[in-house]
Design a protein around this ligand. Structure first.
Ligand code: SF4
Ligand code: SF4
Length: 304
């Protein structure tokens, strides 16, 4: 076994020990093949009001601007897939928000992971990312051989589907790199496109955020100007219909198990919840990122 291959094995073993469901490693190259696609997407205004997508354009493509002397991107998947459904009469909440806020939990795991690597590998330095910096997370996961871009534009893992949190550790040493999958397993399927209630997937792999319920119910700070089809926070419709999610492994992480309030609150309870109760019940939930006022505003768009 070569030294680089030995390092990759240590990394993957320690990733498993830290509780990540899958780990792949990509070379920290400049993402030149995404440059035009990203530019075109921004030029068409498909980022809606998410101006942060425009900011740090170079940084999104160049890992060297995120971590000095970056050599490798270690990509990690954490499943949040669940087969426990919400009360059917309640406003719908995207599955990623059924459990605790992943930012806090995965940030801690990344920091433990880096500490373990520093014990096991001579002189490794780096920085962890979880939906927290200008970084093309799906692209790195694809390059690290963990899955492919679905036509919905979501990332899909063959084993875990799309109900996964992506995170990365960019580090300053070389390793043996994984190869991207050579096949896009979407094939002739078009279910995500056909089932999007607002035609937000304007062509395969291209999402117009302006039309997307997920954007409107989480990111949009202004009045919502589309139908939200019963979704209160996020939208999973394109993921729910994807055949790879129907057969995906169920999440084993207790911190991402659905909270009883999310599963059981009735329509009336959502409609009448006051700010104090909201802050108490959802203290550790991703719903806190949107905040009470946004949730109340979203409620106005939902019909019984
Ligand atoms: S999240 Fe919902 S609205 Fe957005 S593309 Fe998927 S199905 Fe369409
Ligand atoms: S629903 Fe079909 S086309 Fe869409 S991401 Fe899944 S497999 Fe690909």
């Amino acid at each position: 076994m070569s030294r680089l291959s030995e390092i990759s094995t240590i990394v993957k073993n320690q990733a498993e020990r830290c509780g990540f469901d899958a780990c792949g490693i990509a070379k920290a190259d400049y993402l030149s093949d995404r440059e035009n696609m990203l530019k075109e997407w921004l030029d068409k205004g498909y980022n809606a009001s998410m101006n942060y997508m425009k900011n740090h354009f170079e940084m999104r493509l160049n890992p060297q601007l995120l971590v000095e002397n970056a050599k490798s991107v270690i990509c990690l998947l954490t499943s949040y897939n669940s087969d426990i459904a919400q009360n059917a009469a309640a406003p719908k909440i995207a599955r990623y928000a059924h459990g605790n806020d992943y930012h806090t939990i995965i940030r801690k795991k990344l920091s433990d992971f880096l500490a373990l690597l520093q014990k096991n590998i001579y002189q490794i330095n780096g920085r962890g990312f979880v939906d927290s910096a200008p970084i093309l997370e799906r692209e790195w996961a694809v390059r690290a051989g963990l899955g492919w871009y679905g036509k919905s534009s979501a990332f899909i893992s063959p084993a875990f589907g799309s109900f996964v949190f992506l995170s990365e550790l960019i580090v300053d040493i070389e390793m043996e790199y994984d190869k991207p999958l050579t096949v896009n397993f979407c094939g002739a399927c078009n279910r995500c496109i056909a089932n999007c209630p607002n035609a937000a997937i304007v062509e395969p792999y291209v999402l117009n955020a302006q039309k997307c319920i997920s954007y409107q119910t989480i990111e949009n700070k202004d009045e919502i100007n589309i139908a939200t089809h019963g979704w209160l926070f996020g939208c999973d419709r394109c993921l729910q219909v994807c055949p790879y999610n129907k057969r995906a492994t169920i999440c084993r992480h207790k911190e991402f198990q659905p909270a009883s309030a999310i599963l059981n609150m009735s329509f009336d309870e959502w409609e009448n919840i006051d700010e104090d109760d909201f802050k108490t019940i959802f203290a550790n939930s991703p719903l806190m990122r949107a905040g009470y006022n946004k949730i109340k505003q979203n409620m106005k768009n939902i019909k019984r």
